[in-house]
Design a protein around this ligand. Structure first.
Ligand code: CP
Ligand code: NVA
Length: 306
């Protein structure tokens, strides 16, 4: 089988490829904003498989594929054979014979890896328990739009060492910036789960205020991710001091940005005055999912077009 490029985790692409995608995203965004038709993926079909809920990911992939001239098909595990025990490998064989590109949101990373190993077409990770690479593409693209280069900057991650945190850590390696991470005790980063080896782009802080100190960007996520709902009550107690509030933003750089992948819980991981305040770029961040994923799909299907 011809070698296929997948995007299963952030470091599946190197720095040159990621920067190329950012350049394309800026150009594709400008076409969209100018109401200019750009249909490089005419007649191509994206299949989107969801095992977990989604608003932004579904919408941005589905709208994005239409805007590039292609079609998108939504499948979920409730009303397809995927939820009834058909082996992932068999599903991959069949789905990838009828489509050009597949996006999957699922539980364990191993599921998407098994799918990709049996797929004839590129596979994109639309969130797993371990990673959320499309979101971090959007986040860094947003940072670059607002502030310029991210290389050498400091991103403070406050809260759970979840799929978002793991992906930020990988991105720091690929794009050469620094991560300051603070999690509650017993929720620390597991370097192996993040697929990190000997990184020098990552520092851990017991006190979240120390992690935020001097940061260029402060970011967080829900205390309880999808699939971990049974831990909700316990996490509410354990994470109570890991809330991004105005005092925390004050110790970051004066013009530091605040990001959150959304959906957010005001009053838990972030206060309303921060997420709705002047440093927050959460709406631009959400919109940029559309533009970076269009650039990603173009790259995975057509390679470098410029
Ligand atoms: N941020 C994000 O992935 O949102 P959805 O869960 O709505 O897709
Ligand atoms: N960490 C969150 C992100 C949601 C987009 C989750 O996995 O539920």
């Amino acid at each position: 089988m011809m070698s296929i490029k997948h995007f299963l985790q952030f470091n599946d692409l190197n720095g040159d490829e990621i920067n190329y995608i950012f350049e394309r995203a800026a150009w594709i965004k400008a076409q969209f904003k100018g109401y200019k038709k750009y249909w490089p993926l005419e007649d191509r079909t994206l299949v989107m498989i969801f095992e977990k809920a989604s608003t932004r990911t579904r919408l941005s992939f589905e709208a994005g594929m239409h805007q590039l001239g292609g079609a998108a098909i939504y499948l979920n595990t409730r009303d397809s054979q995927l939820g009834r025990g058909e082996p992932v490998e068999d599903a991959a064989q069949v789905i990838s014979r009828m489509s050009d590109l597949v996006m999957i949101r699922t539980y364990e990373q191993s599921i998407i890896e098994r799918f990709a190993a049996n797929s004839r077409v590129p596979v994109i990770n639309g969130l797993t328990n371990e990673y959320h690479p499309c979101q971090i593409l959007a986040d860094i693209f947003t940072y670059i739009e607002k502030k310029g280069v991210i290389k050498g900057k400091t991103v403070a991650w406050i809260g759970d060492s979840n799929n978002m945190c793991n992906t930020w850590l990988q991105a720091a390696e690929v794009l050469d910036f620094n991560m300051h991470v603070s999690t509650p005790p017993d929720y620390e980063v597991e370097p192996e789960r993040a697929n990190l080896y000997g990184t020098d782009h990552f520092e851990e802080f017991k006190d979240p205020m120390d992690a935020a100190q001097g940061a260029d960007l402060v970011t967080t996520d829900v205390w309880t991710s999808m699939g971990f709902e049974s831990e909700n009550e316990e996490r509410r107690k354990d994470f109570a001091d890991w809330q991004v509030d105005a005092d925390m933003m004050k110790v970051a750089k004066k013009d530091a940005l605040f990001m959150h992948c959304l959906p957010a819980h005001r009053g838990e991981e972030v206060t309303a005055d921060v997420i709705d305040g002047p440093n927050s770029v959460v709406w631009e961040e959400a919109e940029n999912r559309l533009h970076v994923q269009k650039a990603l799909m173009e790259y995975l299907l057509l390679g470098k077009v410029k």
